[in-house]
Design a protein around this ligand. Structure first.
Ligand code: G6P
Length: 593
């Protein structure tokens, strides 16, 4: 997590840094800071709080050759002034911003303290900057001091570094945290992703692990830790545009992204089906056929999409397992001779997954990644990569990425069994989604009825249970209401003890096989005074249902029901006046374990 920016040679330096940080706030927003380098002087502004507070603090008249900036998601040390980045070395030679976590920082800190260095913060970052100075003062050039330092770091980092006596240069280094370089006219930019640079740079270079070097206004050097020679750079363009990242009239990114769902399915359809046939690599399809086990790994919302995917592939005879990545990373369990790992991630940068991928590679197993971010660490690490084409997702709570993940898994399943019906089924989904979007006011009414409850329960069976899990996560994330998701039948095995008068119980009903069973579970809680809300579909509707979605094929019902769940949380958060796009304590791209 954390977002970093840097630029050199840019006239609108302050604007680039501040606006760039604003666009990276989805990565963390506990504190913010910038440093400006001019004529051997580094001036730093930093504070706990948001980029909007930093904007007030940094003088509008400030001018400099080079600048770096940071927006923080706290890992080491609380979000206060002294832990805010940029951090500076004891004698002021180096100033840097860091995204990532240094696992061996305590050991390194102790060593530096023994050498007389002092520390003003609780961060791991301050160790990096002081270690650089330590090596520099032993007679190394700044570049060599940086190399020697990063050789000693265990963990993850994307760094943008100012060296006091080189106002025309910004050094950088990267391992397991993302870093992109942008090339403008007579300028270069650094950032954690493309967003800050879209209005400035025309072409880009994605820095890969173990690379380090520097940018100057018209010059760039990239090296690899294990090689001496310079790495030749090939810049590329991106399809992202400024319009993609604007609010386009919406009050929140989350609302915009929920309502992009029909487009997301449409885009998936034309990227993976040409009107006659599916557009998947035959080698991948063969690999899936050959695999004796499909192992899905994911986190958060992507994990909930994987749960749906497992049902799709089990239904066509594959043996599947689904693991939360952070669990699998430490308790890997692989049965079978020919497993295929399927890693699902919106960002493609989630640290828990990167750790799993290292294990998969060590084992020599095949890896398919499904991500929304071309060129991301996971995308690049894969043997097979499928992109979600959902467009940039900016709200911290994931919405349209889930739609794309489930949609893609449905299309992939259909390709394996050569069944084109999925494409017609998805057209039905698009229409149903639009109808839910048109009726969002009814969901807003429901949200207002649950928003003051301290706790809520979501029920479902089968695919509806998978949706209930995602609904519950969404509610927690953006309203801070405690909630649980349960398979309808489990309620009576314990959790029903928590049901008291007016506790909201929200049930999803999409499958004729379990509709009667879930309705009888609801009677059990009704008898105990619960405040019941049912979200069914036309085919299974009852008069008392609170929201009725159009019919779609049952296997695709999560794509429609989840939109109801997303709106429900959105409107509850809206009326509770929560910070919807930036909920407390969360970050979108979780690049620490
Ligand atoms: C964070 C985000 C969630 C997201 C999860 C997995 O926790 O707040 O919205 O679902 O990471 O992220 P990924 O990018 O791997 O899908």
């Amino acid at each position: 997590m954390c977002g970093i920016v840097g630029t050199i040679g840019e006239k609108a330096l302050r604007t680039y840094l501040i606006e760039g940080l604003r666009s990276l706030e989805y990565r963390g927003y506990d504190s913010a800071g910038t440093s400006f380098l001019s004529n051997g002087e580094v001036t730093t502004y930093r504070l706990p709080g948001r980029v909007s507070d930093l904007d007030q603090l940094v003088p509008t008249s400030i001018e400099a050759n080079a600048g770096i900036g940071h927006t923080r998601w706290a890992t080491h040390g609380e979000p206060n002034f002294s832990n805010a980045h940029p951090h500076q070395s004891n004698k002021g030679w180096f100033t840097l911003v860091h995204n990532g976590v240094i696992n061996n920082f305590r050991f390194l800190k102790r060593k530096l303290e023994q050498k007389g260095m002092t520390f003003a913060s609780d961060t791991d970052t301050e160790v990096i900057v002081n270690l650089m100075e330590f090596h520099y003062l032993q007679g190394l050039t700044p570049l060599r001091a940086i190399k020697k330092t990063i050789e000693k770091l265990e963990g993850s980092y994307a760094l943008a570094i100012l060296f006091k006596e080189e106002p025309n240069r910004i050094y950088f280094a990267k391992l397991h945290s993302p870093l992109v370089i942008g090339k403008g006219e007579k300028t270069h930019y650094l950032a954690s992703d493309y967003l800050p640079m879209l209005a400035y740079a025309q072409t880009f270079y994605i820095v890969t692990d173990y690379q380090y070097g520097y940018i100057e206004a018209q010059h760039i050097i990239v090296k690899h830790l294990d090689k001496n020679e310079e790495i030749p750079i090939r810049f590329h363009t991106t399809d992202l545009t400024i319009e993609d990242i604007g609010l386009n009239g919406y009050p929140h990114y989350m609302l915009k992204e929920i309502e992009e769902a029909p487009e997301v399915i449409q885009r998936l359809s034309y990227n993976y089906f040409d009107g006659n046939q599916f557009l998947f690599d035959d080698v991948l399809l063969e690999k899936i056929h050959q695999a004796d086990q499909l192992i899905f790994l994911a986190c958060g919302t992507s994990y909930h999409a994987a749960l749906v995917g497992r049902r799709y592939f089990e239904e066509i005879g594959k043996t599947c397992r689904v693991y939360v990545a952070s669990e699998f990373a430490y308790y890997p369990e692989v049965k079978g001779q020919k497993p295929l790992f399927i890693v699902i991630s919106q960002s493609g940068e989630t640290a828990d997954l990167i750790r799993c991928v290292q294990l998969i590679k060590q084992r020599g197993n095949a890896l398919l990644t499904i991500t929304n971010t071309k060129g991301s660490s996971l995308d690049r690490a894969s043997d097979f990569s499928l992109l979600l084409y959902a467009g940039m997702e900016i709200a911290v709570a994931s919405t349209k990425a889930y739609i794309a993940q489930v949609g893609l898994l449905a299309i992939l399943r259909a390709a394996l069994i050569h069944n084109n019906d999925v494409m017609t089924d998805l057209v039905g989904v698009i229409q149903a989604m639009k109808s839910v979007i048109d009726s969002r006011q009814d969901i807003e009414t429901m949200a207002q009825a649950i928003m003051h409850a301290p706790s809520a329960f979501f029920l479902g069976r089968g695919l509806d249970y998978d949706v209930a899990l995602e609904a519950s996560l969404k509610l927690k994330e953006i309203t801070y209401i405690h909630s649980e998701a349960l398979p309808g039948g489990e309620l009576k095995h314990g959790p029903i003890a928590l049901i008291a008068k007016n506790v909201p119980v929200i049930a999803f009903i999409s499958d004729p096989i379990t509709a009667a069973a879930i309705r009888s579970n609801l009677e059990e809680v009704r008898a105990r005074g619960a405040n019941i809300f049912t979200i069914s579909n036309l085919a299974l509707a009852k008069d008392e249902d609170n929201f009725i979605t159009p019919n779609v094929k049952v296997y695709l019902s999560p794509l429609v029901k989840v939109i109801v769940a997303q709106y429900l949380s959105y409107y509850a958060a809206l009326h509770l006046q929560r910070d919807i796009d930036k909920p407390r304590n969360l970050a979108k791209s979780v690049t620490v374990e």
